[in-house]
Design a protein around this ligand. Structure first.
Ligand SMILES: [Ca+2]
Ligand SMILES: [Ca+2]
Ligand SMILES: [Ca+2]
Length: 155
C-alpha cells in the first residue's frame, strides 16, 4: 500500500522551508514587529510603545540602563529561539550564532554612544528615532508596506 504520509510530510517540510526563507526582512519585518493594532501601518507612537517595552525587558537589573551583558543576553535568547526553529545543519547554526553574537557586541558599542558602558534610555530612544525615520521614507509619521524608501525603486 502506498502511504500518503511521506509526500505530505515532504510538502509540509517544503512549506516550512520556504516560509523560513521568505522570512520578512526590512520593512515587512518592521511592520510585523511594531504594528500593534494590525492596521498595516506603524505609527511613531506604536513604535515607541514596543521599543519602551523592549528596553524595560532588556534592563533586567532595572538600573535604567542596558549594559552589554543585558543587551547581548536578550539578543542571544531571541537568536537561539530563531536557530532552534531553523532547519540549517548544526555546524551552520553554530557558525551563524558566533557571527551574530559578534555583531551584537558591535551594535552595543554603536548604541552606547557616550561609551558609559550602558545604553541609557536617551541613547536607545535616539537610535529608535533614527530607525523609524529610515523606514518612514515619505516622512508622514507612519510606516506602511507601500512606503517608498529614499533611493529605493518602487516595488
Ligand atoms: Ca540594566
Ligand atoms: Ca551610554
Ligand atoms: Ca510613511
Amino acid at each position: 500500500m502506498t502511504s500518503l504520509r511521506l509526500p505530505l510530510a515532504v510538502t509540509a517540510a517544503l512549506i516550512a522551508f520556504s516560509t523560513a526563507h521568505a522570512a520578512p526582512h526590512g520593512r515587512t519585518a518592521f511592520i510585523a514587529d511594531y504594528d500593534i493594532d494590525k492596521d498595516g501601518a506603524v505609527t511613531a507612537a506604536e513604535f515607541k510603545t514596543i521599543r519602551d517595552q523592549r528596553f524595560a525587558a532588556m534592563d533586567t537589573n532595572k538600573d535604567g540602563g542596558v549594559d552589554e551583558a543585558e543587551y547581548v543576553g536578550e539578543y542571544t535568547a531571541r537568536l537561539d529561539a530563531q536557530l532552534a526553529a531553523s532547519t540549517q545543519p548544526a555546524e551552520k547554526k553554530a557558525e551563524e550564532r558566533a557571527a551574530q553574537l559578534k555583531q551584537a557586541h558591535v551594535r552595543f558599542g554603536v548604541l552606547d554612544k557616550d561609551k558609559s558602558g550602558k545604553i541609557e534610555a536617551a541613547e536607545f530612544a535616539a537610535s529608535g528615532v533614527r530607525s523609524f525615520a529610515e523606514q518612514d521614507g515619505d516622512g508622514d509619521g507612519k510606516v506602511t508596506a507601500e512606503e517608498k524608501k529614499k533611493g529605493e525603486p518602487a516595488a
